[in-house]
Design a protein around this ligand. Sequence first.
Ligand SMILES: Nc1ncnc2c1ncn2[C@@H]1O[C@H](COP(=O)(O)OP(=O)(O)OP(=O)(O)O)[C@@H](O)[C@H]1O
Ligand SMILES: [Mg+2]
Length: 223
Amino acid sequence: MSAIVDARALVREYRMGEEIVHALRGVSLAVHEREYVAIVGPSGCGKSTLLNLLGVIDRPTTGELSIAGERVDRLSDARATDFRLRRIGFVFQRFYLMQALTARENVELPLAEAGMAGTERRDRALDLLDYVGLRKRERHRPSQLSGGEQQRVAIARALANRPALLLADEPTGELDAYTGAEMIALFERLNADGTTIVVVTHDEDLARAAKRVVHMRDGEILG
Ligand SMILES: Nc1ncnc2c1ncn2[C@@H]1O[C@H](COP(=O)(O)OP(=O)(O)OP(=O)(O)O)[C@@H](O)[C@H]1O
Ligand SMILES: [Mg+2]
């Protein structure tokens, strides 16, 4: 099995005037292809900070990080943006869909950025909406969708360019229990179909569904 995530001694410090916040104090983590990992721990322990490093949204202060075989800890912003587009799918607690676009157009956006042509793009977006059970909502804008439906559109968008790694930060945080359970089932199906997943969550049901749970405390991984 090849390592999709190879993180070594990741440190992330934030400078706040005189004070330094030690958000990550040396985190090492390996995640292999087709794994499904949940990261849990108390508020402020560094979960989102770590996920943002894995998603190359942010860069470590020190440490080494390879994602899908590429070193990403020192990428420039432009290269990081390109890397994210090609290799990473990211799902957020608050969906972050484009409000002016329809469900299909939201899913098409990363495909267009990757240079896929019009008709192929449309077909792929419809396939993805079909996969998450939303084919019939393709013309709806986010405000015309339920929370669970918006999150499923966000997942379809995250999968658009066939990412090596799907990351999700509290994906059930804004959803009721029933809709959350649907989301958990969708993540399990995605993983069964071959997607490597790392999810940050307070949701015990979601953590239980993952195949491995990583516990964090005060900027470190326990155990
Ligand atoms: N941009 C920032 N500037 C300064 N400090 C930050 C920044 N982002 C996070 N921190 C600090 O780093 C620590 C870790 O934050 P992080 O958001 O990773 O926590 P978390 O585990 O995701 O918490 P939660 O479960 O509440 O989302 C916290 O003490 C936080 O205050
Ligand atoms: Mg967080």
